[in-house]
Write a protein that binds this ligand. Sequence first.
Ligand SMILES: [Zn+2]
Length: 402
Amino acid sequence: MEHVSERFLRYAKINTTSDESSSTCPSSKVQWDLANLLVKEMLEMGIADARVDENGYVYGSIAANCEGQPVIGLIAHMDTVDAVPGRDFNPQVIDYKGGDICLNAEKGIYIRLADFPEMAEKTGKHLIVTDGTTVLGADDKAGIAEIMALCERLLNDDSIKHGKICIGFTPDEEIGRGADLFNVKDFGADFAYTADGGALHEVEYENFNASSARVIVHGRNIHPGSAKNRMKNAARIAMEFDSMLPEAQRPEHTEGYEGFYHLCGMQGDEENAQMVYILRDHDGDKLEEKKETIRRIESFLNAKYGAGTVEVAIRDSYRNMREVIEQHMYIIDRAEKAMKEIGLTPVRVPVRGGTDGARLSFMGLPCPNLGTGGANYHGIYEHIAIEDMEIAVDMLQKIIEA
Ligand SMILES: [Zn+2]
Protein backbone atom coordinates (compact mmCIF):
# COMPACT_ATOMS: atom_id res chain seq x y z
CA MET A 1 0.00 0.00 0.00
CA GLU A 2 1.15 3.49 -0.76
CA HIS A 3 2.13 5.76 2.11
CA VAL A 4 -0.31 8.61 2.74
CA SER A 5 2.49 11.17 2.36
CA GLU A 6 3.38 9.90 -1.13
CA ARG A 7 -0.22 10.37 -2.16
CA PHE A 8 -0.21 13.82 -0.66
CA LEU A 9 2.96 14.86 -2.48
CA ARG A 10 1.52 13.69 -5.79
CA TYR A 11 -1.71 15.68 -5.28
CA ALA A 12 0.07 18.74 -3.88
CA LYS A 13 2.15 19.13 -7.04
CA ILE A 14 -0.98 19.54 -9.15
CA ASN A 15 -2.07 23.16 -9.33
CA THR A 16 -5.79 23.30 -8.48
CA THR A 17 -6.22 26.98 -7.67
CA SER A 18 -9.88 28.01 -7.85
CA ASP A 19 -10.90 31.21 -9.62
CA GLU A 20 -13.40 33.54 -7.98
CA SER A 21 -13.91 35.52 -11.21
CA SER A 22 -15.11 32.48 -13.13
CA SER A 23 -18.77 31.48 -13.32
CA THR A 24 -18.15 27.86 -14.39
CA CYS A 25 -18.00 24.85 -12.08
CA PRO A 26 -15.32 23.92 -11.40
CA SER A 27 -14.15 27.52 -11.54
CA SER A 28 -10.77 26.56 -13.03
CA LYS A 29 -9.96 23.92 -15.65
CA VAL A 30 -6.94 22.73 -13.64
CA GLN A 31 -9.21 21.17 -11.02
CA TRP A 32 -10.23 18.58 -13.63
CA ASP A 33 -6.63 17.29 -13.59
CA LEU A 34 -6.91 16.24 -9.96
CA ALA A 35 -10.54 15.11 -10.27
CA ASN A 36 -9.68 12.79 -13.18
CA LEU A 37 -6.59 11.45 -11.41
CA LEU A 38 -8.60 10.69 -8.27
CA VAL A 39 -11.26 8.80 -10.23
CA LYS A 40 -8.53 6.78 -11.98
CA GLU A 41 -6.86 5.92 -8.67
CA MET A 42 -10.17 5.07 -7.01
CA LEU A 43 -11.07 2.70 -9.87
CA GLU A 44 -7.62 1.11 -9.68
CA MET A 45 -7.95 0.43 -5.95
CA GLY A 46 -11.35 -1.19 -6.49
CA ILE A 47 -13.94 1.55 -5.99
CA ALA A 48 -16.09 0.42 -8.91
CA ASP A 49 -18.56 3.32 -8.83
CA ALA A 50 -15.88 6.06 -8.79
CA ARG A 51 -16.98 8.88 -11.07
CA VAL A 52 -16.73 12.58 -11.70
CA ASP A 53 -19.89 14.48 -12.60
CA GLU A 54 -20.25 17.30 -15.14
CA ASN A 55 -19.43 19.89 -12.44
CA GLY A 56 -16.18 18.27 -11.34
CA TYR A 57 -17.49 16.61 -8.16
CA VAL A 58 -15.85 13.22 -7.52
CA TYR A 59 -17.93 10.50 -5.87
CA GLY A 60 -17.44 6.85 -5.01
CA SER A 61 -18.34 4.33 -2.33
CA ILE A 62 -17.08 1.27 -0.50
CA ALA A 63 -19.67 -1.38 0.34
CA ALA A 64 -20.37 -2.40 3.93
CA ASN A 65 -18.74 -5.60 5.16
CA CYS A 66 -21.01 -5.90 8.18
CA GLU A 67 -24.63 -5.10 8.99
CA GLY A 68 -26.51 -2.55 11.02
CA GLN A 69 -24.11 0.36 10.51
CA PRO A 70 -24.91 3.92 9.42
CA VAL A 71 -23.76 5.09 5.98
CA ILE A 72 -20.91 7.51 6.67
CA GLY A 73 -19.57 10.09 4.22
CA LEU A 74 -16.03 11.46 4.07
CA ILE A 75 -15.51 14.69 2.17
CA ALA A 76 -12.54 16.89 1.24
CA HIS A 77 -12.01 19.70 -1.28
CA MET A 78 -9.71 19.65 -4.27
CA ASP A 79 -9.08 23.34 -4.86
CA THR A 80 -6.52 25.55 -3.15
CA VAL A 81 -6.63 29.27 -2.42
CA ASP A 82 -5.83 31.81 -5.07
CA ALA A 83 -2.15 31.92 -5.87
CA VAL A 84 -0.22 33.18 -8.88
CA PRO A 85 -1.68 31.08 -11.73
CA GLY A 86 0.65 28.65 -13.42
CA ARG A 87 3.12 28.71 -10.61
CA ASP A 88 4.85 25.42 -9.83
CA PHE A 89 4.17 23.74 -6.52
CA ASN A 90 7.37 22.24 -5.08
CA PRO A 91 6.65 20.66 -1.71
CA GLN A 92 9.73 19.41 0.15
CA VAL A 93 10.15 16.94 2.99
CA ILE A 94 12.44 17.83 5.87
CA ASP A 95 13.57 15.90 8.93
CA TYR A 96 12.80 18.57 11.51
CA LYS A 97 15.29 18.82 14.37
CA GLY A 98 13.92 22.09 15.77
CA GLY A 99 14.79 25.74 15.14
CA ASP A 100 14.18 27.86 12.04
CA ILE A 101 13.34 26.17 8.75
CA CYS A 102 14.85 27.46 5.52
CA LEU A 103 12.16 27.23 2.85
CA ASN A 104 14.09 28.97 0.12
CA ALA A 105 17.80 29.74 0.49
CA GLU A 106 17.95 31.78 -2.70
CA LYS A 107 15.10 34.10 -1.66
CA GLY A 108 15.97 33.99 2.06
CA ILE A 109 12.55 32.68 3.15
CA TYR A 110 12.36 30.97 6.54
CA ILE A 111 9.79 29.68 9.00
CA ARG A 112 11.17 31.43 12.09
CA LEU A 113 10.62 29.87 15.49
CA ALA A 114 10.27 33.42 16.83
CA ASP A 115 7.25 33.99 14.59
CA PHE A 116 5.80 30.49 14.99
CA PRO A 117 6.74 29.26 18.49
CA GLU A 118 4.32 26.33 18.12
CA MET A 119 6.83 24.80 15.66
CA ALA A 120 8.73 23.51 18.70
CA GLU A 121 6.03 20.85 19.16
CA LYS A 122 6.86 19.45 15.71
CA THR A 123 10.48 18.73 16.59
CA GLY A 124 11.44 15.17 15.67
CA LYS A 125 8.77 14.88 12.97
CA HIS A 126 9.10 14.82 9.20
CA LEU A 127 7.55 17.99 7.88
CA ILE A 128 6.28 18.69 4.40
CA VAL A 129 6.85 22.38 3.68
CA THR A 130 6.66 24.71 0.67
CA ASP A 131 9.53 26.24 -1.31
CA GLY A 132 8.42 29.63 0.02
CA THR A 133 6.67 30.72 -3.20
CA THR A 134 3.26 29.04 -2.96
CA VAL A 135 0.82 27.58 -0.48
CA LEU A 136 1.39 23.90 0.27
CA GLY A 137 -2.21 22.90 -0.38
CA ALA A 138 -2.46 20.67 2.69
CA ASP A 139 -5.72 22.61 2.77
CA ASP A 140 -7.17 20.38 1.62
CA LYS A 141 -5.12 17.80 -0.26
CA ALA A 142 -4.09 16.39 3.11
CA GLY A 143 -7.77 15.58 3.62
CA ILE A 144 -7.95 13.95 0.19
CA ALA A 145 -4.75 11.93 0.71
CA GLU A 146 -5.91 10.73 4.14
CA ILE A 147 -9.32 9.65 2.87
CA MET A 148 -7.74 7.91 -0.14
CA ALA A 149 -5.22 6.14 2.10
CA LEU A 150 -8.07 4.94 4.31
CA CYS A 151 -9.97 3.65 1.27
CA GLU A 152 -6.95 1.66 0.13
CA ARG A 153 -6.55 0.24 3.62
CA LEU A 154 -10.21 -0.81 3.85
CA LEU A 155 -10.12 -2.45 0.44
CA ASN A 156 -7.02 -4.44 1.41
CA ASP A 157 -8.04 -5.48 4.91
CA ASP A 158 -11.43 -7.09 5.34
CA SER A 159 -10.82 -7.51 9.07
CA ILE A 160 -11.74 -3.81 9.51
CA LYS A 161 -15.53 -3.95 9.85
CA HIS A 162 -17.54 -0.98 8.64
CA GLY A 163 -20.82 0.12 7.11
CA LYS A 164 -21.07 1.66 3.64
CA ILE A 165 -18.59 4.51 3.15
CA CYS A 166 -19.35 7.33 0.72
CA ILE A 167 -16.50 9.45 -0.62
CA GLY A 168 -16.88 12.98 -2.00
CA PHE A 169 -14.21 15.33 -3.34
CA THR A 170 -15.51 18.80 -4.14
CA PRO A 171 -14.25 21.72 -6.23
CA ASP A 172 -14.26 25.41 -5.32
CA GLU A 173 -14.49 25.32 -1.52
CA GLU A 174 -12.07 28.21 -1.18
CA ILE A 175 -14.36 30.51 -3.15
CA GLY A 176 -17.39 29.44 -1.09
CA ARG A 177 -19.06 27.29 -3.73
CA GLY A 178 -18.02 23.79 -2.69
CA ALA A 179 -21.47 22.79 -1.46
CA ASP A 180 -23.41 24.51 -4.29
CA LEU A 181 -23.76 21.53 -6.61
CA PHE A 182 -23.06 18.72 -4.15
CA ASN A 183 -25.60 15.98 -4.80
CA VAL A 184 -26.65 15.08 -1.25
CA LYS A 185 -29.33 12.65 -2.44
CA ASP A 186 -27.07 10.64 -4.75
CA PHE A 187 -24.26 10.74 -2.20
CA GLY A 188 -26.53 8.71 0.04
CA ALA A 189 -24.80 9.09 3.41
CA ASP A 190 -26.69 9.38 6.70
CA PHE A 191 -24.09 11.89 7.88
CA ALA A 192 -20.58 12.89 6.89
CA TYR A 193 -17.38 14.53 8.04
CA THR A 194 -15.28 17.02 6.10
CA ALA A 195 -11.56 16.43 6.65
CA ASP A 196 -10.52 20.03 6.23
CA GLY A 197 -9.32 21.42 9.54
CA GLY A 198 -5.98 21.85 11.26
CA ALA A 199 -5.13 20.16 14.54
CA LEU A 200 -6.11 16.49 14.77
CA HIS A 201 -7.80 16.65 18.16
CA GLU A 202 -10.20 19.40 17.09
CA VAL A 203 -13.76 18.66 16.08
CA GLU A 204 -15.73 21.53 14.64
CA TYR A 205 -19.49 21.71 14.48
CA GLU A 206 -20.12 25.35 15.23
CA ASN A 207 -19.48 28.12 12.74
CA PHE A 208 -20.54 31.71 12.39
CA ASN A 209 -23.96 32.93 11.41
CA ALA A 210 -23.14 35.33 8.64
CA SER A 211 -24.76 38.40 7.07
CA SER A 212 -23.49 41.35 5.07
CA ALA A 213 -24.61 44.96 5.00
CA ARG A 214 -24.17 47.37 2.11
CA VAL A 215 -24.42 51.00 3.21
CA ILE A 216 -25.02 53.69 0.58
CA VAL A 217 -24.83 57.36 1.51
CA HIS A 218 -26.32 60.03 -0.76
CA GLY A 219 -24.73 63.42 -0.16
CA ARG A 220 -25.24 66.87 -1.63
CA ASN A 221 -22.16 68.37 -3.26
CA ILE A 222 -21.79 72.12 -3.49
CA HIS A 223 -18.70 74.15 -4.32
CA PRO A 224 -16.75 74.21 -1.03
CA GLY A 225 -16.54 78.01 -1.25
CA SER A 226 -20.31 78.35 -0.91
CA ALA A 227 -21.08 75.13 0.97
CA LYS A 228 -22.01 76.58 4.35
CA ASN A 229 -25.20 74.99 5.74
CA ARG A 230 -25.88 73.37 2.40
CA MET A 231 -23.27 70.68 1.68
CA LYS A 232 -23.91 67.11 2.84
CA ASN A 233 -20.57 65.34 2.51
CA ALA A 234 -21.38 61.69 1.83
CA ALA A 235 -17.84 60.49 2.62
CA ARG A 236 -17.94 62.16 6.05
CA ILE A 237 -21.39 60.76 6.83
CA ALA A 238 -20.03 57.32 5.94
CA MET A 239 -17.21 57.83 8.44
CA GLU A 240 -19.73 58.95 11.04
CA PHE A 241 -21.72 55.78 10.40
CA ASP A 242 -18.65 53.65 10.99
CA SER A 243 -17.69 55.54 14.13
CA MET A 244 -21.03 54.64 15.72
CA LEU A 245 -20.36 50.90 15.57
CA PRO A 246 -18.90 49.35 18.74
CA GLU A 247 -15.14 49.51 18.38
CA ALA A 248 -14.53 46.43 20.54
CA GLN A 249 -16.56 44.30 18.14
CA ARG A 250 -14.12 44.28 15.27
CA PRO A 251 -12.23 41.20 14.01
CA GLU A 252 -8.93 42.58 15.31
CA HIS A 253 -10.37 42.73 18.85
CA THR A 254 -12.35 39.47 18.98
CA GLU A 255 -11.77 35.72 19.31
CA GLY A 256 -13.55 32.50 20.29
CA TYR A 257 -17.30 33.04 20.40
CA GLU A 258 -17.09 36.84 20.06
CA GLY A 259 -18.83 38.15 16.98
CA PHE A 260 -17.93 41.23 14.97
CA TYR A 261 -18.77 43.96 12.47
CA HIS A 262 -16.09 44.06 9.80
CA LEU A 263 -15.72 46.95 7.38
CA CYS A 264 -14.32 45.23 4.30
CA GLY A 265 -14.59 47.97 1.74
CA MET A 266 -15.37 51.67 1.37
CA GLN A 267 -15.26 54.31 -1.31
CA GLY A 268 -16.71 57.74 -1.51
CA ASP A 269 -16.66 61.44 -2.27
CA GLU A 270 -18.95 64.35 -1.34
CA GLU A 271 -21.79 63.15 -3.54
CA ASN A 272 -21.84 59.38 -2.90
CA ALA A 273 -20.25 56.93 -0.52
CA GLN A 274 -20.54 53.23 -0.11
CA MET A 275 -19.38 50.79 2.57
CA VAL A 276 -19.59 47.02 2.81
CA TYR A 277 -19.65 45.23 6.15
CA ILE A 278 -19.74 41.60 7.05
CA LEU A 279 -21.51 40.72 10.30
CA ARG A 280 -20.64 37.52 12.14
CA ASP A 281 -21.78 35.80 15.32
CA HIS A 282 -22.09 32.18 16.48
CA ASP A 283 -25.23 33.21 18.36
CA GLY A 284 -28.14 33.82 15.99
CA ASP A 285 -29.83 36.28 18.38
CA LYS A 286 -26.65 38.31 18.71
CA LEU A 287 -26.35 38.48 14.93
CA GLU A 288 -29.91 39.84 14.83
CA GLU A 289 -28.88 42.47 17.40
CA LYS A 290 -26.00 43.48 15.14
CA LYS A 291 -28.38 43.93 12.23
CA GLU A 292 -30.64 45.98 14.53
CA THR A 293 -27.73 48.22 15.52
CA ILE A 294 -27.00 48.87 11.84
CA ARG A 295 -30.66 49.76 11.30
CA ARG A 296 -30.70 52.13 14.29
CA ILE A 297 -27.65 54.00 13.00
CA GLU A 298 -29.35 54.27 9.60
CA SER A 299 -32.46 55.79 11.25
CA PHE A 300 -30.43 58.15 13.41
CA LEU A 301 -28.43 59.51 10.47
CA ASN A 302 -31.55 59.87 8.33
CA ALA A 303 -33.18 61.88 11.12
CA LYS A 304 -30.06 64.04 11.34
CA TYR A 305 -29.35 64.57 7.61
CA GLY A 306 -32.74 64.01 5.97
CA ALA A 307 -34.73 60.99 4.88
CA GLY A 308 -33.04 58.85 2.25
CA THR A 309 -29.51 60.03 3.05
CA VAL A 310 -28.43 56.60 4.23
CA GLU A 311 -29.67 53.36 2.69
CA VAL A 312 -28.79 49.99 4.14
CA ALA A 313 -29.31 46.61 2.47
CA ILE A 314 -28.71 43.56 4.68
CA ARG A 315 -28.30 40.07 3.23
CA ASP A 316 -27.95 36.74 5.06
CA SER A 317 -25.21 34.40 3.83
CA TYR A 318 -24.77 31.25 5.92
CA ARG A 319 -25.82 29.88 9.28
CA ASN A 320 -24.28 28.07 12.20
CA MET A 321 -24.51 24.29 11.63
CA ARG A 322 -24.80 23.79 15.37
CA GLU A 323 -28.58 24.02 15.17
CA VAL A 324 -28.54 20.99 12.82
CA ILE A 325 -25.76 18.99 14.50
CA GLU A 326 -27.27 19.44 17.97
CA GLN A 327 -30.07 17.14 16.89
CA HIS A 328 -27.49 14.49 15.93
CA MET A 329 -24.87 14.69 18.64
CA TYR A 330 -23.96 11.00 18.15
CA ILE A 331 -21.96 12.23 15.11
CA ILE A 332 -19.72 14.28 17.39
CA ASP A 333 -19.62 11.56 20.07
CA ARG A 334 -18.51 9.05 17.46
CA ALA A 335 -15.60 11.26 16.36
CA GLU A 336 -14.55 12.07 19.93
CA LYS A 337 -14.64 8.41 20.94
CA ALA A 338 -12.41 7.56 17.96
CA MET A 339 -9.96 10.30 18.92
CA LYS A 340 -9.72 9.02 22.48
CA GLU A 341 -9.13 5.48 21.23
CA ILE A 342 -5.98 6.58 19.45
CA GLY A 343 -4.77 8.70 22.36
CA LEU A 344 -5.95 12.17 21.35
CA THR A 345 -7.81 14.51 23.69
CA PRO A 346 -10.71 15.93 21.69
CA VAL A 347 -11.47 19.64 21.81
CA ARG A 348 -14.54 21.33 20.37
CA VAL A 349 -13.52 24.49 18.61
CA PRO A 350 -15.90 27.10 17.17
CA VAL A 351 -15.00 27.93 13.56
CA ARG A 352 -14.63 31.67 13.01
CA GLY A 353 -15.86 31.42 9.46
CA GLY A 354 -18.06 29.13 7.40
CA THR A 355 -17.49 25.60 6.17
CA ASP A 356 -18.90 23.59 3.29
CA GLY A 357 -20.05 21.14 5.94
CA ALA A 358 -22.23 23.87 7.45
CA ARG A 359 -24.01 24.35 4.16
CA LEU A 360 -24.28 20.59 3.59
CA SER A 361 -25.80 20.28 7.08
CA PHE A 362 -28.61 22.62 6.03
CA MET A 363 -28.95 20.69 2.74
CA GLY A 364 -29.80 17.55 4.73
CA LEU A 365 -26.36 16.02 5.30
CA PRO A 366 -25.17 16.71 8.86
CA CYS A 367 -21.45 17.31 8.41
CA PRO A 368 -19.02 18.48 11.12
CA ASN A 369 -15.35 19.09 10.34
CA LEU A 370 -12.24 17.19 11.40
CA GLY A 371 -8.54 18.12 11.40
CA THR A 372 -6.02 16.79 8.89
CA GLY A 373 -2.85 17.77 10.79
CA GLY A 374 -2.02 20.74 8.57
CA ALA A 375 -1.04 24.19 9.88
CA ASN A 376 -0.64 27.81 8.73
CA TYR A 377 -3.16 27.47 5.93
CA HIS A 378 -3.45 29.96 3.07
CA GLY A 379 0.16 31.08 3.08
CA ILE A 380 3.73 30.11 2.24
CA TYR A 381 4.37 28.87 5.82
CA GLU A 382 1.79 26.11 5.46
CA HIS A 383 3.13 22.71 6.49
CA ILE A 384 2.09 19.26 7.66
CA ALA A 385 3.91 16.48 9.52
CA ILE A 386 3.97 13.06 7.88
CA GLU A 387 3.49 11.47 11.30
CA ASP A 388 0.30 13.52 11.82
CA MET A 389 -1.08 12.40 8.46
CA GLU A 390 -0.61 8.80 9.62
CA ILE A 391 -2.55 9.55 12.81
CA ALA A 392 -5.29 11.22 10.77
CA VAL A 393 -5.78 8.05 8.70
CA ASP A 394 -5.99 5.98 11.91
CA MET A 395 -8.51 8.46 13.31
CA LEU A 396 -10.72 8.26 10.20
CA GLN A 397 -10.51 4.47 10.39
CA LYS A 398 -11.66 4.47 14.03
CA ILE A 399 -14.54 6.79 13.17
CA ILE A 400 -15.91 4.59 10.41
CA GLU A 401 -15.21 1.29 12.19
CA ALA A 402 -18.24 -0.66 13.39
ZN1 LIG B 1 -10.01 23.90 3.33
